[in-house]
Write a protein that binds this ligand. Structure first.
Ligand SMILES: [Zn+2]
Length: 495
């Protein structure tokens, strides 16, 4: 007797996550797992829900966003509409050295007001009680543990005792199911950490099979040196390496991503284990206070950067720093000082246009390149459109538009490659027994519609999204389901 399925997707083009050609067939889901996937494989008996893909829609594993800043969003925005609307069923949190645990009490994007959890288990209990819509896998952030241990604004080396405390945080996080350690070596206080501190902490992650994910020290003039540093950290710590949002910022550096990828290829050929992610936009975004000060602001920077979220001056949002300064009749240093010293001014997020379209193409061609939105889920302002558009944009621009990669290959980069790399066991492939994280989308129409002027617009062409067997997007609409789980690294069950 065939099992009765909860959901059957009939007449689909199946992208199984392994990167090959699409095949026609059906996908059946029951009890939170894939029952069958393939031609004529679905049970004939009645299922609770039948979805018709009309021979046109692709059914694939749900996408995994490997670079998010959604640690606080799991609580603040538990529907994660900006993610599931793109077809994402999995997120990696804790990036760029900032994680939502241990709680710091700081007023920043990864922190939740009133949070007091001391570790990943405490964070897991809090987010699980509230419920959220996507699966998540956590990195522990170096900036976070350095802030707690030494202080955020202490530009000095760690003492041996402080290093032992930080190592303890990493070990505990790994025991509690983190997938590794992240750094953000341009940010406070990570930028004060010398190479040997990072090697020691990455070593603690490596002991438990973890990953070292890095926002490297410099993504512009010293891109190649910074990639070399990440490779060296991997070699000396024994830790696998993942380079976050690979890019070359600043016109004089355009094209360097090719040299960077070549260096990574050479290292991997010689025994290293390095992967990457990128997002498909020529603009970056982050906390303005980390990039500029009244002393350092230049006219060029002010022309290329705009306000995304500016809590003290919402009227500035969506406009360049130059334009605002001109309208306010202020010199650039005075405007920057006004914004950053106002109450809430440190929460200002800026967007900077500094990358080349050609470098995005170079990135997307690389077989170890995953997709990470780097979206900042601050919905009060005008966030970078990558928050809502990253995954559909890959299909619209690089699969359909430029033909750089196939649908099956794009799906592989978004599913099995990150699932294997970040230890989301039993996910990332449409195979019998796998967890039922599934997306059904139209390869002919899927596209991002979020723009820099109107960034909070959900994409088109994503029809159904299923998380742990629960229909979370139904015909493009969020159902309110919150079936996500905070997963444990490489854990078959409990994952
Ligand atoms: Zn970063």
């Amino acid at each position: 007797m065939p099992r009765v399925a909860d959901v059957v997707i009939r007449n689909a083009l199946i992208a199984d996550g392994n990167g090959g050609l699409l095949t026609a067939g059906d996908v059946a889901i029951g009890e939170g797992r894939i029952l069958t996937a393939g031609a004529g494989s679905a049970p004939a008996g009645p299922s609770t829900l039948e979805l018709d893909a009309r021979g046109e829609l692709v059914c694939s594993p749900g996408f995994i966003d490997v670079h998010t800043h959604d640690d606080a969003a799991l609580i603040r925005h538990p529907g994660l509409e900006f993610k599931v609307a793109q077809g994402c069923t999995g997120l990696v949190i804790g990036n760029c050295g900032f994680s939502g645990f241990p709680a710091t009490g700081a007023d920043d994007i990864e922190s939740v007001a009133g949070a007091d959890w001391p570790d990943l288990d405490g964070y897991r209990a809090a987010v699980t009680e509230a419920g959220f819509a996507c699966n998540a896998m956590a990195l522990i952030g170096h900036n976070t543990i350095r802030s707690i241990t030494i202080g955020r604004d202490r530009p000095r080396l760690a003492t041996p005792a402080e290093r032992a405390v930080m190592r303890g945080h990493v070990r505990r996080a790994m025991e509690q199911g983190a997938c590794g350690l992240s750094t953000g070596l341009i940010y406070t206080p990570g930028k004060w950490a010398p190479l040997d501190e990072i090697i020691e902490l990455a070593g603690a992650a490596a002991e438990a099979g973890g990953l070292y994910a890095s926002h490297i020290r410099n993504e512009g003039d010293q891109l190649l040196e910074s990639v070399a540093e990440a490779i060296r950290i991997g070699a000396e710590s024994g830790c696998r390496v993942h380079i976050s949002h690979h890019k070359a910022g600043g016109r004089p550096n355009w094209g360097k991503v090719a040299g960077s990828l070549a260096a990574i290829d050479r290292a991997n050929a010689a025994g290293a284990d390095v992967t990457l992610d990128f997002y498909p936009y020529i603009a970056s975004s982050g906390p303005m206070a980390e990039y500029v000060s009244p002393e350092s602001v230049t006219g060029e920077w002010a022309d290329q950067n705009q306000f995304a979220t500016c809590p003290p001056f919402p009227a500035y949002q969506g406009r360049t720093v130059s334009a605002v300064a001109s309208d306010e009749g202020l010199a650039l240093p005075d405007l920057v000082r006004r914004v950053l010293t106002a109450p809430g001014g440190r929460r200002t997020i800026s967007i900077g246009f500094g990358m080349s379209e050609d470098d995005l193409v170079t990135n997307v061609r690389h077989p170890l390149m995953m997709v990470g939105s780097d979206g900042i889920p601050d919905l009060d302002g005008l966030p970078h459109p990558r928050l809502y558009g990253t995954f559909p944009r890959i299909f619209a621009e690089y699969v359909r538009g430029r033909g750089e990669i196939s649908v099956g290959e794009a799906v592989r980069r978004m599913t099995s490659l990150p699932a294997d790399r970040f230890g989301l066991m039993g996910r990332g492939r449409l195979a019998p027994g796998a967890r039922a994280d599934v997306v059904v989308f139209d390869p002919a129409t899927i596209r991002d519609v979020a723009t820099f002027a109107e960034p909070k617009r959900e994409p088109e062409g994503v029809h159904w999204v299923i998380v742990n067997g629960a229909v979370t997007v139904d015909r493009g609409r969020h159902t309110g389901a919150r079936a996500g789980r905070l997963l444990r690294h490489r854990a078959a069950e409990g994952g």
